[in-house]
Structures are given as structure tokens and as C-alpha cells.
Design a protein around this ligand. Structure first.
Ligand SMILES: C[S@@+](CC[C@H](N)C(=O)[O-])C[C@H]1O[C@@H](n2cnc3c(N)ncnc32)[C@H](O)[C@@H]1O
Length: 254
């Protein structure tokens, strides 16, 4: 009887986890959890980073409650979810998830909750640690997978981030790194947003090659490469409907 009950419980948990692959269900669950932890439990922390551009927090706070950007994270999460050498035991770190959307998506794609952590400058969630990606609290060789979705562009010192990520990644770990394709200058961004994000003269990664080069000899095997094939960029005049994205998934050797 007890065994039957435990099996049923396991099946229900597994069914619930699989439903999180559906964006509308994920959004619903994400919003309820955000309401609970942010509004009721008042669980909120925010820190700044000397290696992040000045308006990083101001800019990202505006979309804390946005769970609709799933398609750009699908570009990283879906290919990672089918890599045959990752499994239930793989320990995953998501850098810059902003809210729980990316983490719930990973659960939906078959990775158990208990092995997934988020790291961000801001957090309301018990699943997201507060900290700076350039200098983290994690042990050496801790993670099997490190995901950085649309976060690299806020760093004044991407090489420092790479060194820190390599430190906490296991040898053979999978990295999934994505950035939005852009041909805007820092002046264009300032005109569009009303404030500066990237400092004048800073060279952002804008191709797969530039991301690979940033990892300076650590890249072992590239499994997936999406190099902004349509080259669509926002402009200083406004946002385009579907900006192009750059994503590369690779293993590292240490
Ligand atoms: C554009 S959001 C990406 C959210 C989500 N991954 C997506 O693509 O929809 C970037 C996130 O990176 C976080 N971030 C920026 N600089 C960071 C740093 N130095 N350390 C940790 N997180 C950082 C921001 O707070 C923000 O939540």
C-alpha cells in the first residue's frame, strides 16, 4: 500500500514537472511563486557589482515579473536538454535568470529542481542565490552545466566572468551562452532606453566566434551554434519584433 502511494506520488510529481515545458503553465506557476515570495514573504535582496555597468539593476528590475521571454531561453535550454551525457544528476547553474522562468523551464525539460541553482544580482526566490557572477560563492568544480542567457552584455569585464565560471565548472562541463545580436552603439541604446547601459567604447560579443574567443583555449567541443542568421537588431528608433540571437553550446576542458 505504502509502495503504491509512493509510486503514485512520484508519477504526479513527474507529470507536474513535465507540464512546465508549456510556457503558459510555467508563467502561471512562476507568477504565483513570485507573488508568494515577493509580496507575501517579502523575500527580496538586491546587490550591485563593480564589474557590471551602472544601470544594470535599474534596467533589469523593470522586467522582474516578465515570464514571456521564454523563446530566447529555449535557444539554450532545448539543445542542452537533449545532450546524451547529461542526466538527472547533472548540477546546473543559471547565471542571470532574473526570475524563476529559466529554472522552471529546465525542470520541464527533465532536470530535477534539486540540482538547479540560479545566481543573480537580485532575488526573491529560494532557488536563486544573490551574488555577482564575476566573484561567486560556489566551490571549485561544482557544476556540470553553466547557462548564461542574455547576461554577458551587462559585464564590464567578461574575461573576469569567464575565469570565475571556469573555476566553478567541472572539466567537461557544458556551457550555454547566448547574447542578443545588436548593431546599436552605446549612444543608440541610451536614446532607446533613456539611460546608458553599455559604456561608450565597450566592445560587446556579437558573434559565436567572439564568445568562443572569450573562453580563450578552454573550449573543447561545440555542440550547437546559432549565429544570428537573420541579423535583425533593435534600433535607436524602437524595438524590432524578433531580434536575432547568438547562442553557442560547448564543453570546456580544464
Ligand atoms: C536580461 S536578464 C536575462 C533574464 C533571462 N535569462 C532571459 O533571458 O529572459 C539579465 C540578468 O542578468 C543579471 N545580471 C547582470 N549582471 C550580473 C552579475 N554581475 N551577476 C549576476 N547576475 C547579473 C541581471 O540582474 C538580470 O536578471
Amino acid at each position: 500500500m505504502l509502495l503504491k502511494f509512493l509510486r503514485l506520488k512520484q508519477r504526479l510529481i513527474s507529470f507536474y514537472s513535465q507540464t512546465l515545458v508549456i510556457p503558459s503553465i510555467r508563467k502561471f506557476v512562476g507568477r504565483i511563486r513570485l507573488f508568494y515570495f515577493y509580496e507575501i514573504k517579502k523575500r527580496w535582496q538586491i546587490v550591485s557589482s563593480e564589474d557590471a555597468f551602472n544601470n544594470t539593476n535599474k534596467h533589469n528590475l523593470k522586467s522582474l515579473k516578465n515570464f514571456d521571454m521564454y523563446s530566447r531561453m529555449d535557444l539554450i535550454i532545448k539543445p542542452i536538454s537533449v545532450l546524451e551525457f547529461l542526466d538527472h544528476n547533472s548540477k546546473i547553474l543559471v547565471i542571470g535568470p532574473r526570475n524563476e522562468g529559466d529554472l522552471l523551464s529546465l525542470v520541464g525539460h527533465g532536470f530535477p529542481n534539486k540540482n538547479i541553482r540560479g545566481l543573480d544580482l537580485m532575488s526573491y526566490s529560494p532557488l536563486i542565490d544573490v551574488g555577482d557572477m564575476h566573484q561567486t560563492q560556489y566551490a571549485d568544480n561544482e557544476f556540470d552545466v553553466i547557462i548564461s542567457g542574455y547576461t554577458l552584455g551587462y559585464s564590464k569585464d567578461p574575461k573576469k566572468w569567464v575565469q570565475e565560471s571556469i573555476r566553478i565548472a567541472k572539466s567537461g562541463a557544458v556551457f550555454g551562452v547566448a547574447v542578443e545580436y545588436s548593431n546599436m552603439t552605446s549612444e543608440d541604446i541610451k536614446k532607446l532606453c533613456g539611460y546608458e547601459i553599455v559604456e561608450n567604447g565597450h566592445q560587446e560579443c556579437n558573434s559565436v566566434k567572439e564568445i568562443i574567443d572569450l573562453f580563450d583555449g578552454y573550449v573543447d567541443h561545440v555542440y550547437f551554434s546559432h549565429d544570428a542568421p537573420s541579423k535583425r537588431s533593435h534600433t535607436s528608433e524602437g524595438l524590432v519584433d524578433k531580434p536575432s540571437r547568438i547562442c553557442v553550446i560547448f564543453t570546456v576542458k580544464k
